[in-house]
Design a protein around this ligand. Structure first.
Ligand code: HEC
Length: 249
């Protein structure tokens, strides 16, 4: 391949070439450092403009490399267009797909992607505080319990059937080695509405009982707690032995 000769003579000297490439390499390094570093700034992470901003930097780097390293500068504009256009197509697809999802990315793990549909279904992304909202005061919980009772605990019942029955059995009687009986009047972690809410939300570390606050909204957890509480004292047939202490009230 023969090099095109430049009108400005000295430009092709090996030394100035080298210097030119070093400058481009330095610019690429700095831009990459900015791209990676910005993700670690808590104030920036998760703001709406991060992805477009990095997209712009990526386009800038791409243009720099294409323009400087690949000797495309003297080429005809049509070739440049052919070379660049798939990238804009890719960028467009990326932005269009991103718009479908609410994505919160955390570098090196802890990232998750959820859709608007998940949000509507009550999914609450885990936050730094574990996504857990402290229990309401007991009197407010009691009022909400009474409200749920009027509706036959329908929401909590549905959650229990879909999410909890795997371990606690469909009727709440418990399953050996999986989950304790919810229909006796024994609790290891307390039987008040606030305690049930907290146990369900935080789970029980070191056991199979998951922290549901990572996948359920506070309201869904409350409704599940109300339903569990409504099972107390039912003592279904074939239920597991009492575990913990008897709760009178
Ligand atoms: C993967 C199995 C599993 C699933 C699913 C599960 N649990 Fe549990 N759950 C357990 C185990 C095991 C324990 C006992 C923890 C311990 O030993 O302290 C427990 C304990 C509990 C307790 C505390 C009982 C006490 O004695 O204080 C409550 C309340 C509870 N689960 C409610 C729920 C609800 C509500 C759901 C559904 C949203 C659910 N669990 C889903 C396994 C499960």
């Amino acid at each position: 391949m023969s090099h095109p000769t430049h009108a400005d003579g000295g430009h092709d000297l090996p030394h100035s070439h080298q210097k030119h490439y070093l400058i481009v390499a330095a610019v690429l390094t700095v831009v990459t450092a900015v791209e990676i570093g910005i993700l670690f700034l808590p104030a920036v992470n998760g703001t709406w403009w991060v992805v477009p901003f990095i997209g712009v930097l990526a386009v800038f780097k791409f243009g720099l490399v294409v323009g400087e390293f690949m000797h495309l500068r003297p080429d005809h504009g049509v070739y440049k267009f052919l070379f660049m256009s798939p990238m804009f197509l890719a960028l467009f697809s990326f932005i269009a797909l991103s718009a479908l999802a609410v994505v919160t990315y955390q570098p090196f793990g802890g990232g998750y992607a959820i859709t608007q549909r998940d949000r509507k279904a009550g999914f609450v992304p885990p936050s730094a505080g574990g996504g857990f909202e402290v229990a309401w005061p007991e009197d407010k919980l009691k009022a909400a319990f009474a409200e749920a009772e009027k509706g036959g605990f329908a929401k909590g019942k549905a959650t229990f059937a879909s999410t909890c029955a795997n371990c606690h059995r469909g009727d709440g009687g418990g399953m050996p080695a999986l989950g304790p009986n919810m229909t006796d009047d024994c609790f290891k972690h307390g039987g008040s509405l606030a305690e049930l809410y907290t146990t369900i939300g935080k789970g029980v570390q070191g056991t199979a009982m998951p922290a549901w606050s990572t996948s359920m909204s506070p309201d869904a957890i409350r409704q599940a707690a109300f339903f569990v509480r409504s099972l107390k004292g039912k003592n279904v047939a074939g239920g597991l032995e009492c575990v913990g202490t008897k709760v009178a009230d």
